[in-house]
Design a protein around this ligand. Sequence first.
Ligand code: ADP
Ligand code: MG
Length: 609
Amino acid sequence: MPGSPVDSLRLVGHVFSVSGSQANIRLTGPVRSELPDDRRITVGKFLAMRTLRSSVVGVVTDVDTGQKPAGEAGIPLTARVDLLGELKEGKGGSVRFQRGITDYPVIGDEVDLLGSDDLRRIYDTASADTINIGQLQQDSSIGARIKIDDMLGKHFALFGSTGVGKSSGVAVILRQVLEMRPDLRIFLIDPHNEYGHSFRDRAQVLNPKNLKLPFWLFNFEETVDVFFRGRPGLEEEVEILSQVIPQAKNMFANARNGEVQHSLRKLDSSTTGYTVDTPVPYRLSDLVSLIDERMGKLENRSTTTRYGRLAARIEMVRKDPRYAFMFDNANVGGDTMVEVIGQLFRLPANGRPMTVMQLAGFPAEVVDSVVSVLGRMAFEFGLWSDGAVPLLFACEEAHRYAPGDKAIGFGPTRKAISRIAKEGRKYRVFLAVVTQRPAELDSTIISQCSTIFAMRMANERDQNIIRSAVSDAAAGLLAFVPSLGTREVFAFGEGVALPTRLRFSELAAEYIPRSESVSSGKIDTASVDATLIERVVERWRGATMGNRHRLGTTTQDHGTPTPETGSTTPLEAERSLLRAAAPSIASGKAPPVTPARQDSDLRARLLRK
Ligand SMILES: Nc1ncnc2c1ncn2[C@@H]1O[C@H](COP(=O)(O)OP(=O)(O)O)[C@@H](O)[C@H]1O
Ligand SMILES: [Mg+2]
């Protein structure tokens, strides 16, 4: 401590050179592995350089003998230290830690190992502004505290291989956040239906059975994605849609205003105020009538086919029971946007300020669009309410929805998430991304996350991503990442006082996230009842019914792609219907749908619109 004598037992050496962000320490004692842990100087240990006015805190990144042969008696060892911040006496005499260095150590200053008291001063500062998420690795008697507003306000990310405790860590963090920030809303994207029980009565759990997300809330790109079942839209059909959707919106508005229903013919999209993207209700039946009516006026058979095919496509999706969440009763109650937003984002919260959005039961080909709509609504609600209600949008498996590779995934989903990352904080919409493959996540999103929790990661590419994202002087600490144990995590950035190696709190067994259908592999056979099998079948189908698993496969994926042989899938049914609507297709001249990759230029064109 400033002014306090250095404990001679802890004294490890003296400063012998200082540069902008580093210092070299000549160690006085030997560096031997048989020393007790709190005396051992090795990479990752925190040291304190006692200057006249402060204690400069640094972390050891290197220990060596300089240029001389190692291990010989009498040859001084050198430790290189990254300077992180200082412990300084404040006005009231209390010692506080602050980042950055104002008083540099000078050559000859004494150096000792940072003791428990100092560590406690740095980390264990219980206050309304911090949450306790675990214990320090260096001293497990000290709580690991995170500055909640810095962590939330500037977004955070959690990375680590499968099985290291990411989801449990998310539960630990979010449970604490719920506790400390009752006014905050949390919206958690849960692709594996793991979190249903992790927040108990503090969260509502949404799934395809109880979610109401009317199709008219989807913007144009999302709508096209739904009608074309996750494949790029065929250009001519997309063109037709772009004309009739605004008209259908206008028809709905006019009908509601009690005006005499326009004859279809009189409608002209140039006179309607609505664009394809305006989130107002319309009826699919109007859409189909508009298409039919246009088709009726055409002579050219090949053009007629296009209209017929589009109408068939829309009917097909509407009748698909898996899409009930967006089409059933979508027009009941008229304009229900207020209710939908109220349900999604818990306004009012009624004691449950959190939503767990379970995605495993949704048709695989529509999941990306759903996430796109939800992310967009989260952002837009913040935008148009000027951040009236702070909202944390937390996304598991974020690399699926916001991949760095533009050729995979659904552009609008990435756009929705990036937008929160880039502009969300202005409107108090915060982002948390969780992934086992940071190298596959859009790097601009990572660069917006100011607090990073890095768990064990073996892959070199993933480690490099973290290394480049960590601006702290302590990037050297990342050398530990491949060897971290379960529950262990390195926390970097705004949310922590120092780059910190910590262990997440132990979560009670009943809160540990796990897939609902499989409880940790140990199933009590007596409890294998019909509902369990139902849940298994539901997830199985949800993951495999789509033609194309755009989501990619993950290590914990449930889905194997459906073989094209065997019983008739909805996709097959759709194809035969389309063939009926478009005879030229049946002859094999033009495929009704093109595989996503081959048609990426078409998608690109669509996306430019
Ligand atoms: N904080 C924790 N408390 C209790 N158990 C944990 C904790 N973290 C991990 N575990 C154990 O490790 C298992 C895997 O953790 P999980 O969070 O599912 O990892 P990941 O999401 O990275 O795949 C859990 O099922 C649990 O048994
Ligand atoms: Mg997980």
